[in-house]
Structures are given as C-alpha cells and as structure tokens.
Write a new protein. Structure first.
Length: 300
C-alpha cells in the first residue's frame, strides 16, 4: 500500500470518528470498505494505533457507548494533524488528476506569489528537531539587509502564508527566535545534540496570536463588526480558532476573538478596509484610526 493510501485511510478513520457518533470497530472497517479499502481488522487496528503513536491523537474506546472517540483533552497538536491530513489529501487528489492526464495542470491555477526557496531544507530541519541536533546557518535579515551566522537549537517548524519558518533557541537564552527558511543558506545539521527545555513549548506561543509575531502580553477580547457580504467570508474562513459569532443579520456580522493582538492582526484589520470596524477594545479602535489617518495623509 502506498503512502497516499495509508494517509487516505487515516483521513477516513478520523472523519468517521470525528462525527461524534461513537462508531464501532466494525462500522469503521465497513466505512473504509465503502471507500475502496478491503483490508483486515488487524490493519484497521494498526492504523488506529499509528495515528495515536505517530501523531499523538488519542483515539479511545467508550465501553458505555460501544464506540470510538477522539479525546481532545489528551491529544497533542490535533489542529496541526488535521491540517496535515488536509494537505496530504489535496496532494493525493492532485496527483491522481495529473496521473490521469498530462494536461491536467492546464486546469489548475496556483497562487503565483513567492517561490519555494529553502523548501529543500525542510526535511533536514525536521530531522534536526526530531533528533535534537543543533543546526548552523547563515540568515539574511530583512530589517538590516545583512547576513549573520547562527547556531540554533531547533524546536518547531511553522508554516504561514505560503512560507516556512524555523523556531528555536540560541545559546542559553529561553527566548524563541523565528527564522524564515527562504532566507537560510549554508544549513548544516551538527552531530552535537541538545536537551530541550520541557517547560518551554513554542507551539503554545502561537495559540493565541495570528501570524508570526508573538508576545507575552495578556489575552484580550476583540470585537469586530463586518459588513454582511464580507461576513460571509469571515464565517467560512475564521480569523482565529477562538472566533465566536455575536450577531449575524442583514446589517453586520459581529464576532469576538480572544487573542494577543500583534502586528499581523492589525494588518489583517487594515486589509479588510471599509468592510470592518473595530468595536472593542478602545485602544485598538484609536490605533486603527490613527493608522488610517496616516494613510489618508499620503494621498493629500
């Protein structure tokens, strides 16, 4: 069975269990069969175990309801896993389409921004994180326009807006630093290892922010009002996982976010132009107004 086939089975198992109907083992096996996987019970059991051990998704059996469920409280990186399945499934569908016809790419239009520079380093960086190996590289700073050599203890890979970033610690510092891999050159994975600080989890730093610029400021309640038309997009593509709808009518879509406001979040607000209005907090209202006033002055 190909890797694509295995990932497809994982996707179907999660899809069936995630409907919160506590499917039995037989129900899961039958569901796979209806999607073209005529496999043994042992293979299904092994798939469930692999999802648990390889990805940290705790699939458990409820004896009272006689079925399986996902324990979200004990599962780790569950959102990253769902995103991984989404990417893998999309890749499989596109691969199948290309295999059927060499002209298939004529019918697919990818977003033509940036490039894949540095993407060849992904595997090495991922292995370095898994094996707790120190890495060295040269990095170009957009702020200074200069390159600098770094030695990094890598903790996390993060994707954001079609770019990949490596996050880690330098020396004895406990402050995480982010580097765009498209600006990394001369990457070398050292034989030297490091012991990760179990008290530090860079993934948690991104839980409450939008984008890459994280801070240790407090969580805040943000209330935004969108026009009804723009609100349709916001409902289908939420700004953040904490997004809650407060009002949805012919006048507005009003949402609440619980995040740590940062540069990228403010940029997203400005990007929506006159289709959005900040309601709370007051300091953010004033900051966006000042930004818009500065923009207007450039056109006078």
């Amino acid at each position: 069975m190909s890797k694509h086939g295995t990932i497809k089975r994982y996707t179907l198992i999660i899809e069936k269990i995630n409907r919160k109907q506590f499917p039995s083992f037989k129900t899961i096996k039958d569901y796979l069969f209806t999607h073209g996987f005529e496999i043994s019970a042992r293979t299904v059991q092994r798939d469930i175990e692999q999802i648990r051990y390889e990805f940290g998704i705790e699939i458990e059996y409820d004896r009272y309801k006689n079925g399986y469920f996902i324990n979200y409280d004990t599962s780790i990186n569950i959102e990253s896993f769902f995103r991984f399945l989404e990417i893998a499934t999309t890749a499989e569908l596109l691969t199948e389409g290309l295999a059927e016809s060499k002209d298939a790419l004529k019918h697919i239009l990818f977003e033509s921004i940036g490039n894949l520079k540095g993407i060849d380093n992904l595997k090495s960086l991922f292995q370095a994180i898994k094996n707790k190996r120190i890495i060295t590289f040269t990095h170009l700073s957009f702020n200074t326009g200069k390159t600098k050599n770094y030695s990094l203890k890598p903790y996390l890979l993060r994707e954001y807006q079609n770019r990949w970033y490596i996050i880690g610690l330098i020396g004895n510092s406990n402050k995480f630093i982010t580097f765009g891999i498209d600006r990394i050159e001369n990457l070398e994975v050292k034989t030297d290892t490091f012991k990760p600080n179990i008290k530090l989890d860079p993934a948690q730093l991104f839980d409450n922010i939008i984008g890459l610029v994280y801070s240790y400021n407090k969580l805040q309640k943000i209330i935004l009002s969108f026009t009804p038309i723009q609100g349709n997009y916001i409902k289908t593509l939420p700004l953040h996982k904490s997004q809650k709808i407060l009002a949805d009518n012919d006048k507005e879509l009003r949402i609440e976010l619980n995040i740590i406001p940062n540069y990228e979040f403010k940029q997203k607000i400005l990007m929506h132009g006159d289709t959005v209005k900040v309601i709370e907090p007051e300091w953010l209202v004033e900051e966006i107004k000042e930004n818009l006033n500065r923009t207007l002055k450039k056109y006078k």
